[in-house]
Design a binder for this molecule. Structure first.
Ligand SMILES: Cc1cc2nc3c(=O)[nH]c(=O)nc-3n(C[C@H](O)[C@H](O)[C@H](O)COP(=O)(O)OP(=O)(O)OC[C@H]3O[C@@H](n4cnc5c(N)ncnc54)[C@H](O)[C@@H]3O)c2cc1C
Length: 325
């Protein structure tokens, strides 16, 4: 059996591992203390927040087939919030979603945790270098360990981080170097009382805020009242190295003005910076695979900054790689 190292355990890395685990011996490397990447859940006391991805649609038949067991088991459930369009100084308007939107239950990270069952994953292991010796790959981690040998290395991490790891000889000849990703700040708010508004999610126009959702309204969530507010990508990108405390006070003021309610008195507020939240310019191919070097890369940013795109990039890479093992 060939040995494959997968760097990253978001949905794309976990998809490759799940699809190839019968044909190859697979080891995943994850820098965080848990799997899920941008589909993670933030815990704070009794509160939980989907502070990255909010929900997703399922359009492609391959994604549908892959997720069917999780829909059947109830792990994935439809989320049907009353959705509003908000803009300061204008009357709120109700919006309809044309597609079904799903969320993992009871938390956003539940799908990736399920996908990670039975896989060999090294958590808290940031890979900082990959090197080839005698046609086999070795990985160096930030804490100075060496892992290997591996026949193949597949990265499933954001574009900027992929460029740092893959040999320049490969990346400079591909559109990987042209990818543009954008950040986002997620402001998480917990309150003692139920929210007084009659909607559960809102798209916000002409504001530093682009989205908000009553997190505790999603199926299976804990009953503690929590509100998730996310900023506009462009606005975040222009302030990506700002102090998060400053960002938080701007957003809390904006939110309080928008909803005519003083959110500064909320019992718990915290802010997370996502450096690579969305993809403004994708790679324009589904994945990268180099049979001579035995290197591959996948992730949402090849196609679009969406969960389904991350899956499809990984799925299509796996189908091709299967024929090369
Ligand atoms: C704020 C926000 C809101 C979003 N909203 C939505 C939404 O509503 N709907 C939707 O469809 N999508 C949404 N997305 C996008 C969605 O989350 C992503 O498209 C998807 O989760 C990407 O999965 P991935 O596996 O490609 O990458 P990631 O989830 O980023 O996984 C990469 C993993 O690699 C790890 N890693 C990185 N570098 C290294 C290294 N050197 N060594 C080891 N491990 C490493 C990371 O810790 C991470 O776990 C949102 C994202 C954000 C941030």
């Amino acid at each position: 059996m060939k040995h494959i190292a997968i760097i990253g355990s978001g949905i794309s890395g976990l998809t490759v591992a799940n699809l190839l685990k019968k044909q190859a011996s697979i080891e995943l490397f994850e820098k965080s203390r848990g799997v899920s990447g941008r589909m993670s859940t933030r815990y704070a006391d009794q509160f939980q927040f989907d502070h990255g991805a909010q929900d997703f649609t399922i359009r492609d038949p391959a994604f549908k087939e892959f997720l069917a067991p999780h829909i059947e088991s109830g792990l994935l459930q439809q989320w049907k919030p009353k959705l509003m369009l908000l803009e300061k100084g204008k009357q709120p308007k109700e919006r309809q979603w044309s597609d079904i939107h799903y969320v993992p239950t009871p938390k956003m990270n539940s799908l990736c945790i399920k996908m990670a069952e039975d896989l060999n994953i090294r958590l808290n292991t940031e890979i900082i270098k990959i090197e080839k010796k005698d046609k086999l790959w070795f990985l160096s981690s930030k804490d100075k360990n060496i892992y290997g040998p591996f026949d193949w290395v597949i990265t499933s991490i954001p574009a900027t981080q992929t460029i740092k790891l893959l040999p320049e000889a490969i990346t400079k000849h591909t559109s990987i170097k042209d990818v543009v990703m954008a950040g986002c700040y997620s402001v998480m708010i917990a309150m003692e009382e139920p929210f007084q508004w009659e909607w559960q999610a809102a798209i916000v126009k002409n504001s530093p805020i682009s989205w908000m959702a009553i997190n505790s309204n999603k199926p299976g969530r804990s009953e503690h009242h929590t509100l998730m507010v996310q900023t506009d990508n462009q606005w975040a990108e222009e302030r990506i190295d700002a102090d998060t405390a400053e960002i938080q006070s701007i957003i809390i003021k904006e939110l309080s003005d928008l909803l005519s309610y003083d959110f500064s008195k909320s019992s718990y507020i915290t802010t997370h910076r996502w450096r690579y939240a969305d993809t403004k310019q994708p790679a324009g191919m589904d994945y990268h695979l180099n049979q001579d070097q035995k290197l591959g890369a996948c992730g949402d940013w090849f196609i679009k900054g969406r969960i389904e795109a991350a899956f499809l990039s990984a799925y299509r890479l796996s189908k091709k790689l299967e024929t090369m093992l």
